[in-house]
Design a protein around this ligand. Structure first.
Ligand code: ATP
Ligand code: MG
Length: 405
C-alpha cells in the first residue's frame, strides 16, 4: 500500500514489467553538489519538535527513512501501518511545513508510505473502486480531491497501454501542433521511470526557482516544459516507490510556475496499472489521447488504456495510429509493416474518435531522438500537416479557443 495525494492504493509496480535504467536518483545527483546549507541534523532537530500519535517525537517514532538533505533539497519518507494512515497524514504535512521553514531549504518532499499488515482489513481512507469515481463529486471521491492548477485551462493526457509506441514523440508534436493553432501550451513529462522530454527537446538544464520557490518551466519551441529528467541525470537506475511517484508528479504540476496555459499536455508513463490509474485520478484531466501502433497486441493495450480512463470518468478524445505504415524514401512505395488500420477499427469498435495515422519514418525518429521534432524541422512538410490536423481535432473536441491578440 502506498499513499497517493492523501489516498491509498495498492502499488504492484510498473505494469509493463520493463525495468528502466536511465538516471541517477535525485539523491545521487544531490550527493555530487557540495552541501552549503541545510544538514540532516538541522532536519532532525526540527522534526524532534513534532509529536507523533505514538506519543514520542517524530525521530523517535521509528517511521523515518534515511533523510537526504543536500543543496537545500530535502527528501524523506514516513512508513506507518495502514490502519494509522489518516493520523499520520497530518504529521507528514506538519513535517513538510516545518522543514520548509528551515532557512536555506529550497524543496521538500515528504512521502507517507503505509504497509498493510497481512490479514488486516482495508486501510481507512482507501481508494474506492474506480468505477465509483465521479470527477468533483463529493469530498470522499479522489476525483473530488483533484485540484485545478491555477492558470491552466485544460489538461490532457497522451497515453498508451504499451511502451515504445511513440507516445512521447506524439505528445511533443501534438503540443507543437496545438501551439501552431495559436494556443499557449505546456508539456509535462509524467513518465518518471523514463522521461523523454530532455531527449526530444535537447534540453538538459536544471529549472530555476522563482521567488515563491516554484520551479520555472523550461522554454523550447514556444512551449513550457517540465520533466523529472531536467532534475536528475540519465545514467543509473532510478527506483521510485508509489508515494514518491505521486509526490513527484504532484510537485511537477503544482509546484511549477506554469503561468497561463490554454492546454497542458501530459505525457503519461506506459501501462495501465495502478500507478497510471492513480495519476489519471489525481491530475484533473479533460481528456485522454491514446497512441497505438496497428498490431493486435498494442491494440489490446490501447483498449486497456481506454477502459482505465473510463473508470475515472476521463473521456477518451480519440486514438492515434502511430507507425501506421512505411513510405519508402527511395521508391515512395508503401509497406504496411505492422498491418495498417487496426487503430481505426478499434476506435470504431469502442466508439471513440479516430484521430489520424502517423507513418513510420526515419525523419520522425532521427529528429525526435536528436531533439528536433518534425514539426520544427519541417513545419510545412507532410508530417507536420498530419500532426496539425490531429491537434485541430483535439482543439475542437476540447472547444479550446486561442486568445485573440
Ligand atoms: N512515427 C514514427 N516514425 C519513426 N520513429 C518513431 C515514430 N514515432 C516514434 N518513433 C521512435 O520510436 C521510439 C519510441 O518513441 P517514443 O519514445 O516516443 O515512445 P513512447 O511510447 O513514449 O515510449 P516509452 O513507452 O518508452 O515512453 C523513438 O526512438 C522514436 O523516435
Ligand atoms: Mg515515452
Amino acid at each position: 500500500m502506498a499513499r497517493l495525494g492523501g489516498e491509498w492504493y495498492d502499488d504492484p509496480g510498473r505494469e509493463d514489467g520493463q525495468a528502466r535504467h536511465w538516471g541517477k536518483t535525485p539523491c545521487d545527483r544531490l550527493q555530487e553538489t557540495p552541501d552549503v546549507s541545510v544538514t540532516k541534523d538541522d532536519v532532525l532537530n526540527i522534526l524532534a519538535k513534532i509529536q507523533t500519535p505514538r506519543g514520542v517525537p517524530l525521530p523517535a517514532a521509528k517511521v523515518l527513512s534515511e533523510i537526504t538533505a543536500t543543496d537545500g533539497k530535502v527528501f524523506f519518507s514516513l512508513t506507518v501501518d495502514a490502519a494509522e494512515a489518516r493520523a499520520w497524514e497530518a504529521i507528514r504535512a506538519q513535517a513538510e511545513e516545518a522543514v520548509r521553514a528551515i532557512p536555506g531549504v529550497k524543496t521538500v518532499m515528504v512521502a507517507l508510505t503505509a504497509e498493510r499488515r497481512p490479514g488486516s482489513g482495508p486501510a481507512t481512507g482507501g481508494v474506492k473502486p474506480a468505477a465509483a469515481h465521479r470527477p468533483g463529486a463529493g469530498t470522499d471521491s479522489p476525483m473530488g480531491k483533484q485540484k485545478a492548477i491555477p492558470g491552466i485551462k485544460t489538461i490532457i493526457a497522451v497515453a498508451s497501454g504499451k511502451g515504445g509506441v511513440g507516445k512521447s514523440t506524439t505528445a511533443l508534436n501534438l503540443a507543437l501542433g496545438l501551439r501552431g493553432l495559436g494556443l499557449k501550451v505546456g508539456l509535462l513529462d509524467a513518465d518518471i521511470y523514463g522521461p523523454s522530454v530532455p531527449r526530444l527537446t535537447g534540453l538538459k538544464e536544471m529549472p530555476k526557482l522563482n521567488d515563491d520557490k516554484k520551479m520555472i518551466p523550461l522554454q523550447r519551441f514556444g512551449i513550457s516544459l517540465m520533466s523529472i529528467g531536467f532534475l536528475v541525470a540519465e545514467e543509473t537506475a532510478m527506483i521510485w516507490r508509489g508515494p514518491m511517484i505521486q509526490s513527484a508528479v504532484k510537485q511537477m504540476l503544482q509546484d511549477v510556475a506554469w503561468g497561463e496555459l490554454d492546454v497542458l499536455v501530459v505525457d503519461m508513463p506506459p501501462g495501465t496499472g495502478d500507478v497510471q490509474l492513480s495519476l489519471a485520478q489525481h491530475v484533473p484531466l479533460a481528456g485522454a489521447v491514446i497512441v497505438s501502433t496497428p498490431q493486435d497486441l498494442a491494440l489490446i493495450d490501447a483498449r486497456r488504456g481506454i477502459t482505465m480512463f473510463k473508470k475515472v470518468d476521463v473521456p477518451t478524445l480519440g486514438i492515434i495510429e502511430n507507425m501506421s505504415y512505411f513510405l519508402c524514401p527511395h521508391c515512395q512505395g508503401r509497406s504496411d509493416i505492422f498491418g495498417h488500420g487496426g487503430a481505426r477499427h478499434e476506435a470504431e469498435r469502442v466508439g471513440v474518435p479516430f484521430l489520424g495515422e502517423i507513418p513510420l519514418d526515419m525523419a520522425i525518429r532521427e529528429g525526435s531522438d536528436a531533439g528536433q521534432p518534425v514539426l520544427e524541422t519541417d513545419p510545412s512538410g507532410k508530417y507536420a500537416e498530419i500532426y496539425r490536423a490531429i491537434a485541430g481535432k483535439i482543439k475542437n473536441a476540447l472547444r479550446l479557443e486561442a486568445a485573440v491578440v
